[in-house]
Design a protein around this ligand. Sequence first.
Ligand SMILES: [Mn+2]
Length: 251
Amino acid sequence: MPLERIALISDVHGNLTALDAVLADVEARGIDRIVNLGDFVGKGPRGSEVVDRCAKVCDVNIRGNWDDHLPTWTDETSPEMVWWRDELREDQRDWLTGLPLSHDLLISGRNVRLFHASAVSPHVRVRAGHTADEFEGMFLNTPMTGHGPAPSVVGYGDIHAAFVEVEGGRTLFNVGSVGNPLDEPVPSYVVLEGITDEPGPAPFGLQIVRVPYDVEPEISLAAQLGMPALEPYAVELRTALYRGLQPNLRS
Ligand SMILES: [Mn+2]
């Protein structure tokens, strides 16, 4: 049986320019199966278009923390949250809040589990410099993950920083972010390679791909659309410096 490839993308955050660049790279590699690990919206200007694009091209879409809280956001005193929320159509808000929180695959004899931030909730964050307990927790069955076979490979998003870690026979990886990377200002995604639905051992590959694109048209478009919190967004896209660490630009 031939090896198959699956592209894993995450944290597009309304950045359609970066999403288009990554999808073009996925297509150029001849990959037609895409799983999105969530955070379609917020931070960037075109959440609505990103939702429509991903609903069309991704085989599986998983709910992130932003997709979970933005559609039902009620605090009208936060102009950027209101702007991002109101940009979404009613059917898109329903679509986002109805997405699954976890997805299991069997590839080359490995049980692979994908979710946004952790096995507990899309709102519970696990950083690259995690504790041993946090590492263990990523592989556990929880009410959020359901009770499928225990995974030996877990992939997630949320922290906007790609990594791969192999420890005690288990692999934990982060796909990084398409629209708002914070490890370097270049979008990342992951390609998994193996034989899907194959219970026996077979070659298995995992590759982090970086796709450069010009951030300036994306920033200009956000300005043109009158998106609030433009300056911290521009700094994040240009330098990968998280807005919470931009002391003079906190909004
Ligand atoms: Mn995110």
